[in-house]
Design a protein around this ligand. Structure first.
Ligand SMILES: [Zn+2]
Length: 139
């Protein structure tokens, strides 16, 4: 079971943004986040389970946004994902804390899937996954 601590970055669904966004844990009890702040809209809300449920569309959205707006989770996303699998999948190494991760390296993470190292900072690397940017430990 994954534990969380205050100050940690976590991806969670944000009601205001209407999707999964990068949050920072404000308070946590026994490794379970209580309150998060959304890095996108800066709203503070209670932690909800990681899997965003298919929410009913927000009634606040103007009608035009429903029909005319871009749908990022559509074909484009599927296309990008298959691209990542084909290109990155061949190069990816399974993620291990003991591995050294260079910028540009592909990794296959047991939780996040395929990702690519964007930035290396000391013993940490920022890796871009389908779910967003994660900070991981690197040797
Ligand atoms: Zn938000």
């Amino acid at each position: 079971m994954k534990t969380y601590y205050a100050g940690q970055d976590v991806d969670a669904p944000c009601g205001r943004c209407g999707g999964e966004t990068r949050h920072q844990v404000l308070t946590a009890t026994d490794g379970v986040p209580d309150r998060l702040i959304c890095g996108n809209c800066r709203s503070v809300h209670k932690y909800r389970a990681a899997k965003p449920e298919p929410l009913a569309r927000s009634p606040r959205l103007p009608a035009a946004a429903k029909t005319g707006g871009a749908r990022p989770n559509s074909l484009t996303a599927q296309f990008l994902e298959s691209l990542v699998r084909e290109q990155g999948g061949a190069l990816a190494r399974p993620y291990r804390v003991s591995e050294t991760w260079a910028e540009g390296a592909w990794m296959d993470h047991p939780t996040f899937g395929l990702g690519r190292v964007q930035r290396r900072l000391g013993k940490k690397v920022d890796v871009l996954f389908r779910d967003g940017l994660k900070t991981l430990v690197s040797a």
